[in-house]
Design a protein around this ligand. Structure first.
Ligand SMILES: [Zn+2]
Length: 340
């Protein structure tokens, strides 16, 4: 599905499936991840429903995590495929399945008066050295940015947890039915769920393992002392136990094999970044904003600047938690980091 960002697409997955309920075994499909909530994406989904589902319904929606490109249409999709209870029909709930943490954060964010952006985000950015008045004002005005892309969340969901086995697939097809193991991952979203199918040798990696770009690892104003980089690298390490020939289905970019080499690349990438941050802070105390030209050697718009600032803070916080950097507020209250 298309996305209106520099990252211009998201991969969504359709699993041929069956679900047993009060009415017996229903044949149909499971959707993994939703696309953003706009008319163009809804129209593309309708075209897929008309041409690709063999006349069968969608039975459930699994969301890997709460980012708008993954969760935006969850309410629309589950409503579109649920049927109310009638006298002659026990009805059907097309349910959203995801982690409890991400469900809760998405519900909060979908409220227009949410704290996903606004004053707290602007103050946090200023505290980390973003002093450009125009940029800070734009962040202040983006309080409902998340809600604009996730206008509504389903009122009910089903919880997915690390290690849980989710059977999927259809006994009516040659591929059959097999368990998908939930693998929780941290550092990119509150509690991202990747899905691994040992029988098929397939990992639906979501945003935790991408073939070309590195996953966004950011600190936000909600959790200013967080160390998401350490959590992300620990989560990647857990994926090393998967077989070398696993087919990885990422949310962005093409499916690939070779997850161990990709994990090694990502570790090397972040080690390089940490070394650059240390080298800069050794020369003179740096704020996160000071590091943007060091880490991102291209001009950034406001949307990109907030992501980049979050990434810079993630690398600073990692070194701070390791005890390699200390931080002190300067006369303007901006955190500056220097070697411990
Ligand atoms: Zn994401």
């Amino acid at each position: 599905m298309p996305l209106p960002f520099a990252l211009n697409h998201i991969n969504l997955w359709l699993l041929r499936d069956e679900i047993a309920d009060d009415a017996g075994v229903r044949q149909g499909w499971t959707i993994v991840d939703c696309g953003i909530a706009d008319a163009a994406t809804r129209a593309l989904w309708e075209a897929i429903f008309n041409t690709q589902l063999d006349g069968l319904p969608v039975l459930r929606v699994i969301a890997t995590h709460m980012h708008p490109d993954h969760i935006g249409l969850a309410h629309w999709l589950t409503t579109r495929w649920s049927r109310p209870v009638h006298a002659a029909d026990s009805g059907f709930d097309c349910r959203l399945w995801m982690s409890a943490t991400d469900y809760a954060v998405a519900v909060l964010g979908s409220r227009a008066d949410s704290s996903m952006g606004g004053d707290a985000a602007a103050d946090f950015a200023a505290r980390h050295g973003l002093l450009d008045a125009e940029a800070v004002a734009q962040i202040r005005e983006r309080a409902s940015f998340f809600a604009s892309m996730v206008p509504r969340m389903p009122a009910a969901y089903r919880r997915l947890m690390d290690g849980e086995l989710v059977p999927a697939g259809s006994t009516a097809t040659p591929a059959g039915r097999h368990p998908w193991r939930c693998i929780a991952g941290y550092g990119h979203a509150p509690e991202h769920i990747a899905l691994y199918n040992a029988a098929l040798g397939v990992l639906i990696s979501g945003d935790m393992l991408l073939p070309r770009i590195s996953t966004n690892i950011s600190v936000s104003h909600h959790e200013p002392e967080a160390d998401p980089l350490a959590m992300f690298l620990a989560s990647l390490d857990r994926l090393r136990e998967l077989p070398a020939d696993t087919l990885v289905l990422p949310s962005h970019g093409k499916p690939f094999q070779g997850l161990h080499a990709r994990i090694d690349q990502l570790f090397a990438h972040h080690a390089d970044r940490l070394a650059e941050v240390m080298a800069a802070c050794r020369q003179t105390p740096h704020s996160a904003a000071d590091l943007l030209p060091v880490l991102f050697k291209r001009p950034l718009d406001v949307h990109q600047t907030t992501f980049a600032l979050g990434e810079a803070i993630a690398h600073l916080n990692a070194l701070w938690h390791q005890g390699q950097l200390v931080r002190r507020p300067d006369a303007q209250g901006v955190y500056r980091f220097s070697p411990a």
